[in-house]
Design a protein around this ligand. Structure first.
Ligand SMILES: O=C(O)CCC(=O)C(=O)O
Length: 294
């Protein structure tokens, strides 16, 4: 079992060295510091705040919680694969039904197609540097299947429980890889990511299905518990990119600090692989999957 999270300064052009690729294959995670310019991170954060400003929480109040999975029962979530939608934190509202803090500090995330629908997100998601990194780890015909903007707000930012992304973004054979950007400094205090290095060599524990009647539910494939004692924090200054295999178990802590921890993730699949019709995330023919071409 790999016992550390490999960390390198990002290559200027995104081309990963043989050593980086070998480390990624061994641990299922690769941390690249200073991959994105801090200015670009700040601009994306600004754009997300503008979009959040236009969102009216009175119109929708879908909470995203990996503890209860209650969002899965909601059409607003189920139909968000090709849209831009906002999800609230479980603790967003106080006892009298009022938002507990400023609106952007009550949001859990925005998803799941900003990369195709918003020009600023499109540009951040499709840099030649990122395209090069994606190619370096072996994708033949990569496509960005989803984007998530994670607010992890101060004080009420919810924990993300340990999971493997291939459970939700399943292909045959498995091809999902996460590209997670710290837009603000992520620390243990404000709820950074944790990974179990080498955990991508262990079984896929679950598969999430969308059934014909619209229900979205998990199927347990393997009962092996995650070896939580092996998890390591991935503290990440703004601009860091973390690449992780769709099988790598990962999680993030709650944010009880006074600082937000904004992050942006892209999930990439290989179009050479079969994408089942019962994955929860589907898109209409009007918004075909795109790769990294500008
Ligand atoms: O940023 C987080 O807290 C969780 C992100 C995550 O689980 C993912 O990007 O797959």
């Amino acid at each position: 079992m790999s016992d550390h999270l490999p960390k390198y300064p990002a290559p200027q052009d995104g081309l990963l060295s043989p050593e980086m690729i070998a480390d990624y294959r061994e641990s299922g995670v690769l941390i690249l510091r200073d991959f994105a310019d801090v200015e670009a991170c700040a601009a994306l954060r600004q754009r997300a705040l503008e979009m959040a400003d236009a969102f009216d929480p009175a119109s929708v109040s879908t909470v995203f919680s990996t503890r209860t999975d209650e969002h899965q029962a909601d059409d607003y979530f189920a139909e968000s694969g090709d849209k831009i939608r906002f999800f609230l934190e479980s603790d967003a509202f106080d006892g009298s039904g009022q938002l507990r803090q400023a609106k952007e500090d009550c949001l859990n995330k925005m998803g799941h197609a900003m990369h195709d629908l918003d020009p600023a997100f499109d540009a951040f998601s499709r840099t030649p540097k990122l395209a090069q990194a994606v190619r370096s780890i072996g994708f033949q015909d990569p496509a960005i299947i989803q984007s998530m903007y994670i607010f992890k707000p101060p004080r009420i930012g919810g924990e993300v429980v340990c999971h493997q992304d291939s459970a939700y973004i399943y292909t045959e054979p498995e091809s999902c890889v996460g590209f997670w950007f710290a837009l603000e400094d992520a620390t243990v205090e404000n709820g950074c990511m944790y990974f179990i290095p080498g955990g991508h060599k262990s079984p896929l524990r679950k598969r999430n299905h969308r059934f014909a009647d619209g229900r979205i539910l998990d199927e347990i494939l393997d009962e092996t518990p995650y070896p939580m004692h092996l998890r390591l924090p991935a503290e990440a200054p703004a601009g860091t990119l973390v690449i992780f295999n769709g099988r790598t178990p990962h999680m993030s802590g709650p944010n009880t600090s006074s600082k937000s921890r904004h992050a942006y993730t892209l999930h990439v699949i290989d179009r050479a692989c079969h994408y089942p019709e019962d994955n929860w995330l589907q898109r209409s023919d009007e918004l075909p999957l795109r790769g990294f071409e500008a």
